[in-house]
Design a protein around this ligand. Structure first.
Ligand code: PMP
Length: 362
């Protein structure tokens, strides 16, 4: 089998395409069906029960528009996040993807620098390019922390810090994040899509400084990736600009109800799944290391392994019924593969696949 790269190159050109879009590829990671799919860092235990019930009951709601800016959901998110966050400090969107895209589009001009640590979540970089910004990749420090001096020197209008970072799984240190915020004058976006699994947050910084935006999602710990709900936390004046760029009605009626139900009734379910994910991550990392692979020290719901041949290993595991994500030739890492941490029975199938592949290559 062949494994398509995470971002495919378009070979057909369209005459009316915007200049900044011409070289932007369509994001098309491999989605070929596979028995155990560990490719997208979602909640492999499924949908939380109250959210599932509300979705089944909500058919009548979809004949009308949803609420304009999801105030009910913002109130629940404010309670969940704590730290004194108010609904006025929250923007919600069609996934945190939309919040990221709207923030970049709404706050930066074409030609401005989009500064990020490389490698990171590729869509964030693509949203920068779509808005006409110039991407400025900065290497990670030796311990997989971000390099605050190099980031501040790059003069970003937007500085993107993914913590824990996708695909490395390692969070940025508090000291480095604070240094970036202090020593730069652009918008600092801290992407906390995986924060629940790390147990640390920069939400307090977003409340103290109007150049800091923290983004979060319901797609990972909350098991609602298919509904597409994410949010950003920042100063009310910043949030208003992002909401203008976002526009009305982008969180649909089912998604808003299910996310409210999850925050109201499913928090225990979510916390139990997060605890199980963290326990399985620790156990899986030990077992993988025993096999002779080199896993990075993840604080997320996925693990990145440095390997000799990412595409070859992914293809072999695919044939054994397990889908993982190949990363050929990552900067500073070389070939690596990423796998979602889920229920232990799935992890056992993954481990036996890795063992088979490893023995074949010895
Ligand atoms: N940020 C990071 C770091 C991610 O890995 C992802 C999804 N893979 C997202 C944001 C987007 O998540 P969503 O749009 O589903 O909220």
């Amino acid at each position: 089998m062949t494994v398509s790269s995470a971002v495919q190159n378009a070979d057909e050109r369209y005459a009316l395409a915007r200049a900044a879009y011409r070289e932007i590829p369509l994001y098309t990671p491999d989605k070929t069906p596979v028995a155990i799919d560990l490719r997208d860092n979602t909640n492999l235990w499924g949908v939380p029960p109250a959210a599932a019930r509300v979705i089944a009951d909500a058919a009548r709601a979809v004949a009308r528009y949803p609420t304009l800016y999801s105030m009910d959901l913002k109130r629940r998110i404010a309670e969940y996040v704590g730290h004194g966050v108010t609904p006025e400090s929250i923007v919600v969107g069609c996934g945190s993807d939309e919040v990221l895209g709207s923030a970049i589009r709404g706050l930066a001009e074409p030609g401005d620098h989009f500064v990020y640590s490389d490698p990171t979540f590729p869509m964030a970089v693509l949203y920068g390019r779509m808005a006409g910004l110039t991407p400025v990749p900065i290497p990670f420090a030796a311990d997989w922390d971000i390099d605050p001096d190099a980031i501040s020197a790059a003069r970003g209008r937007v500085i993107y810090v993914c913590s824990p970072n996708n695909p490395t799984g390692v969070p940025a240190s508090r000291a480095s994040i604070e240094a970036v915020v202090t020593n730069s004058d652009g918008l600092v976006i801290i992407d906390e899509a995986y924060a629940e699994f790390a147990g640390v947050t920069s939400v307090d910084l977003a409340l103290e400084n109007d150049r800091v935006l923290v983004t979060r999602t319901f797609s990972k710990a909350f098991g609602l990736a298919g509904l597409r709900v994410g949010y950003g936390i920042g100063a009310p004046a910043l949030i208003r600009e992002i909401e203008k760029a976002r526009g009305p009605y982008t969180v649909n009626a089912l998604a808003e109800r299910a996310a409210v139900a999850a925050l109201t009734e499913d928090l225990e379910w979510v916390r139990e799944r997060v605890a199980e994910t963290v326990a399985n991550r620790v156990r899986l990392r030990e077992k993988i290391a025993e096999l002779g692979f080199a896993p990075l020290p993840s604080e997320s719901n996925f693990i990145l392994l440095v390997v000799r041949d990412a595409v070859g290993l992914t293809g072999r595991l695919f044939d054994l019924g397990v889908g993982i994500r190949p990363y050929p030739k990552l900067p500073r890492i070389g070939d690596a593969v990423r796998m979602t941490v889920g229920p232990w029975s799935m992890m056992q199938t993954l481990l036996s696949g890795l063992r088979t592949a490893h023995n074949e290559w010895l």
